[in-house]
Design a protein around this ligand. Structure first.
Ligand code: IPE
Ligand code: IPE
Ligand code: MG
Length: 247
């Protein structure tokens, strides 16, 4: 039986977040430049989008560029920014054909102007799509996001817009970049690295974590389905006991 058919459509994570890792190592294994790995990573993005739509996942966040990635060699940064623009140009039609709506999280004002313009165009161009929210994390880090949230909460308290005593967990969620999306229920990281790398620290509080040795450029629809099937085998207890969950 095909993996897709094994998935229980009534228990699909509402939000899947992916740390797309291993592009550089994939290229190196082939004796190629790191950018060749990034270019081939686009195929895995396409496969993940397809798989998300087919399984009925409504929100997909892809960690595409972290705040820390600004410390990479300038030539690699430039190539990644070019690739971002080219990918949007190449995929916009597919996004609309599949009713995928583009969003970004992160400090996108730090991206080159050309990227910002392209992203804004694509965001506007896809804003009526309803099947899947594709959330690209760009110049994103969770500590940056939380720091900003704290700053904005402090401002709003100072201006009397909110009362410090009334700050709840929900309030903090509302000040994060992800305020309009549910928390990820499944986080996937490729390339055999077992860390979070400053990704969605608040939002992943109760996410199921799935790690695979597969390098990102090799990740395909079946890898996505395998992760979902693994998620469906887990018992999510949220601090309670098995007996309570099954009652
Ligand atoms: C992930 O692949 C893509 C980005 C971080 C932009 P890497 O470029 O981190 O690849 P490895 O981890 O060096 O193999
Ligand atoms: C995390 O991958 C960031 C993205 C996938 C965009 P990295 O490859 O940059 O993470 P570290 O440095 O290995 O933790
Ligand atoms: Mg990496």
């Amino acid at each position: 039986m095909a993996l897709l058919e094994k998935i229980n459509k009534t228990n699909v994570p509402k939000h899947v977040a992916i740390i797309m890792d291993g592009n550089g190592r994939w290229a190196k294994k082939k004796g190629m430049m790191r950018i060749f790995g990034h270019q081939n990573g686009v195929k895995a993005v396409r496969a993940s989008l397809e798989a998300a739509v087919k399984t009925g996942v409504q929100n997909l966040t892809l960690y595409a560029f972290s705040t820390e990635n600004w410390n990479r060699p300038q030539a690699e940064i430039n190539a990644l920014m070019e690739l971002l623009v080219d990918t949007i140009n190449g995929e916009l039609k597919t996004l609309n054909e599949n009713s995928i709506r583009l969003h970004t999280i992160g400090n996108t004002t730090s991206l080159p102007q050309k990227c910002q313009t392209k992203l804004q165009e694509a965001i506007n161009n896809t804003k009526h799509n309803t099947k899947l929210n594709l959330i690209l994390a760009l110049s994103y880090s969770s500590r940056w996001e939380i720091t900003n949230a704290v700053k904005n909460i402090a401002k709003d308290v100072a201006e009397g817009k909110i009362n410090a005593d009334q700050i709840e967990e929900k309030t903090i969620g509302q000040y994060l970049n992800t305020s309009q999306f549910p928390d990820p229920e499944l986080m996937i990281r490729t390339s055999g690295e077992y860390r979070i790398s400053n990704f969605l620290l608040w939002q992943l509080a109760y996410a199921e974590l799935y790690f695979t040795e597969t390098l990102w450029p090799d990740f395909r629809e079946d890898d996505f389905y395998t992760a979902i099937l693994d998620f469906q085998k887990r018992e999510r207890r949220f601090g309670m006991t098995t007996e309570q969950i099954t009652a």
